[in-house]
Design a protein around this ligand. Structure first.
Ligand code: ADP
Length: 737
């Protein structure tokens, strides 16, 4: 294969640029020629100047931009065979042998059709005398790889699609902002989000925003008098002290009979029955706009790289595949299968077979719906008479991680709803030692879903000596049956120490579940920890600004990021910002590397480069500090460029949690609580850490932690993201000449 084409089509989605950049650079790196097809299928049908070569530097500086730099369009002609014939002619004219299509299900349906008809179209062009038989012989097949660009996350073939994480950012920014005004005036807000057939954005937006009610197309209210039920809950919520009320509705929401549930109808119901001032906010295109989130940039980059690999590895007559992600692994699914499965959800929904529609959405979607359904209650279910009311303590420990509050809120609400008594421990292990423990009720965590920081306090103190006696005494005094710890490594380490003291202090014989919360993402038994995504977004938006500050000067920035001994934040932020070089402790830094890097930068600047970016993890090397690297680069650069250092510091730990972290925190806390409940029921006192591993939520026995974890470096022995270094390295290469 020599030449490929890439295009974006249909509704634009944030992250499309990252995908285009990755496709172009990975393909050029593999010695392919790359043509961009501007304005989607319209460009393919129009041909001429709309199909032209695209170079390495053409995709510079687009990573952080929303929309799509190569344009997108809807094209009616392509829906007709005549249009596709014209498109085929234009592709053949440029001898394009393979395509990467980035778009939603409509665009991908078009691509599947083009593939299926290809041989027929080529023959027809020969018969019409529009192309030679010889050209036709060389192009009997068209290879296609698809990337789903869709903010709705409405397609089978990928857990998440390019753009959906950023759209959730926009939704959560809006609901966070609306909550404060709603609370001030005691108003109700109905927030309408995108999603004609798919309630993903509405459901996850409601979960992350701590909304009070949600309507989605695939799971209509299960009763005909849902209006009564909703109004009753809102009324009770007000009585319980809720000041702000937010109802999230997907634009395609419907009732069980298929009748649309519109935002204006909801407003009418709330106003007429409750007499409450109700306002509507339709988010509309805001959801498609703005800079892509760190997650969308990296997801799209990896999918773009994988699409090129897929085309290169394709057999001559291989059918199209769509690239996706499951857990943190790139997957591929036959495009026809992905389209058929996507259609079946829409069909089930249209036929009002909601059970099937939900089932097709997958188990985590359903589980999320159940969690939201409980969280929106005005008050918990009262305990069942005669049930065992367990006493479950919740605490934070370790450095602050955005999302800790979200996890506490989930645990407290779901626990009290199950009839248990939830105890909050303040200030990490200090609180457990000093007996700073109190019962938490439903409303005590109101508004915590969106709050950064750690309301209950947290610190890195690890208990020692007589502390264990105090802990045991307090656990006994409060009759704690089980403990949920939300935190970082010092929290995990403390639990390990409590386990070692069990024979001396029998009160420690209770089950403990740790859930990973640390911006460093360095915890055992978890691929991602709560807070890391927020920190990554904080870094990425800071670096975007730093880069913008340097428009006119020839400058290299050396940016130092947190992470302690774990290079996750450094590598992922480098990937998301297009940094030339990243220094992480896992690889170490050698003086020869530094010299080589400064030479490469100098070569780039001497050819007209204007901006350089290097990211260094704070503990990458004791001697080659950020200041050292800045001084060395500056000295070696001479007049070619100047160098500035930026140590991002604590802004990385701050801010409200990102939607991703809120969703992760909610799911982890819900699972941990169920597990603890079961353990207490069965008298099982094993301690475990919970985390997302390979797409599932998995419990790892605490006893296994010393085997999996590098105690000295405080990071897992095996880190999945280390594999991503090669992609980062290729994309950051200087432009070939
Ligand atoms: P999206 O890709 O975001 O779902 P659309 O559904 O508007 O957006 O599709 C984008 C373009 O893909 C359409 O304008 C059309 O050119 C092409 N397309 C969509 N559906 C088909 C189809 N069934 N057959 C051929 N082309 C299609």
């Amino acid at each position: 294969m020599k030449r490929i084409g890439v295009f974006t089509s249909g509704g634009d989605a944030q992250g499309m640029n990252a995908a285009v950049r990755a496709v172009v650079r990975m393909a050029l790196d593999k010695d392919l020629e790359v043509y961009a097809i501007y304005e989607g299928y319209q460009g393919m049908v129009d041909g001429g100047h709309k199909i032209r070569p695209i170079a390495w530097t053409d995709v510079g500086g687009i990573l952080q931009k929303g929309g799509t730099a190569i344009g997108s369009a809807r094209c009616a002609q392509f829906r007709e065979r005549a249009g596709r014939l014209q498109a085929a002619r234009n592709l053949l004219e440029h001898e394009i042998e393979a395509l990467v299509v980035i778009g939603g299900d409509g665009s991908l349906t078009g691509a599947q059709l083009l593939y299926t008809e290809w041989a027929g179209l080529v023959n027809e062009l020969v018969e019409n005398g529009q192309i030679s038989q010889e050209l036709a012989n060389r192009h009997q097949h068209l290879a296609i790889a698809g990337i789903i660009g869709s903010i709705d996350n409405d397609m089978y073939g990928s857990d998440v699609t390019t753009g959906s994480d950023t759209a959730l950012h926009r939704i959560v920014e809006a609901t966070d902002a609306i909550s404060s005004t709603a609370a001030s005036h005691q108003r109700i807000f109905v927030v309408e989000v995108m999603g004609r057939r798919c309630g993903y954005l509405a459901l996850m937006g409601a979960m992350a925003g701590g909304a009070d009610w949600v309507f989605i197309p695939e799971n209509p209210p299960d009763m005909d008098n849902w209006e009564d039920k909703m109004c009753q809950v809102m009324h009770l919520g007000r009585e319980a002290g809720r000041r702000d009320i937010i109802v999230v509705v997907a634009e395609g929401a419907q009732d069980r009979h298929g009748k649309p549930i519109t935002s204006s109808y909801i407003k009418e119901v709330l106003e007429s029955r409750l007499g409450e001032d109700t306002r509507i906010t339709v988010l509309g295109h805001v959801q498609r706009g703005g800079a892509p989130s760190a997650f969308d940039r990296n997801l799209s980059t990896l999918l773009g790289a994988a699409a090129v690999d897929q085309l290169l590895a394709a057999q001559p007559d291989e059918k199209p595949f769509v690239m996706g992600i499951r857990a943190n692994k790139i997957t591929r699914t036959p495009l026809d299968e992905a389209l058929a499965r996507t259609r079946s959800v829409a069909e089930a929904s249209a036929a009002r077979d909601f059970k099937r529609a939900l089932q097709l959405r997958g188990s985590s979607f359903n589980e999320s719906f159940d969690i939201v359904r409980t969280m929106v209650r005005a008050l918990p279910h009262p305990p069942t008479p005669g049930q065992r009311r367990m006493r479950i303590a919740v605490m934070n420990a370790g450095g602050p991680a955005p999302g800790m509050n979200t996890a506490v809120r989930t645990a407290v609400r779901l626990g009290t709803d199950k009839g248990h008594i939830m105890l909050g421990v303040s200030n990490g292990f200090h609180g457990l030692i000093e007996g700073d423990i109190r019962e938490m009720d439903w409303m005590s965590v109101h508004g915590w879903a969106s709050q950064g920081g750690a309301e209950m306090g947290t610190n890195r103190y690890v208990p020692k000596g007589s502390d264990f006696y105090a802990i045991a005494r307090n656990l006994e005094a409060h009759q704690v049956d089980g403990l949920l710890l939300i935190g970082g490594w010092s929290g995990y380490e403390s639990v390990l120490k409590m386990m070692q003291n069990r024979s001396t202090f029998p009160a420690n014989n209770i089950p403990i579940v740790c859930i990973p919360a640390s911006i460093n993402n360095n915890l055992p038994g978890a691929e991602l920890s709560i807070g890391a995504d927020t920190a990554l977004n904080n870094i990425v938006s800071a670096v975007d600004k730093i880069k913008q500050s340097a428009v006119a000067s020839r400058r290299v920035f050396v940016v130092e990021v947190m992470g302690r001994n774990c290079g996750y934040l450094a590598l992922m932020s480098a990937l998301a910002t297009g940094a030339e070089r990243v220094y992480i402790g896992e690889e170490g830094i050698r003086s020869s590397d530094l010299i080589e890097d400064v030479k490469q930068l100098a070569a780039g600047f001497s050819k007209g480069k204007r901006l350089g970016l290097v990211i260094r993890n704070e503990s990458a090397n004791k001697v080659y500090t950020t200041s050292f690297i800045r001084a060395l680069f500056e000295e070696e650069a001479g007049d070619l460029f100047d160098v500035r250092e930026a140590i991002l510091g604590h802004l990385q730990q701050g801010g409200d949690p990102s939607p991703f972290d809120r969703i992760l925190a909610t799911r982890l806390a819900a699972h941990a609580l169920n597990h603890l409940e079961k353990q207490i029921e069965e008298g099982d006192i094993a301690c475990a850490c919970l985390g997302q591993v390979g797409g599932a939520l998995v419990f790892t026995d605490m006893e296994d932690v010393p085997r999996l974890f590098d105690m000295e470096k405080q990071r897992p022995k095996k880190q999945w993201w280390m594999e991503l270094r090669s992609v980062a390295r290729i994309l950051a290469k200087p432009a070939p000449h």
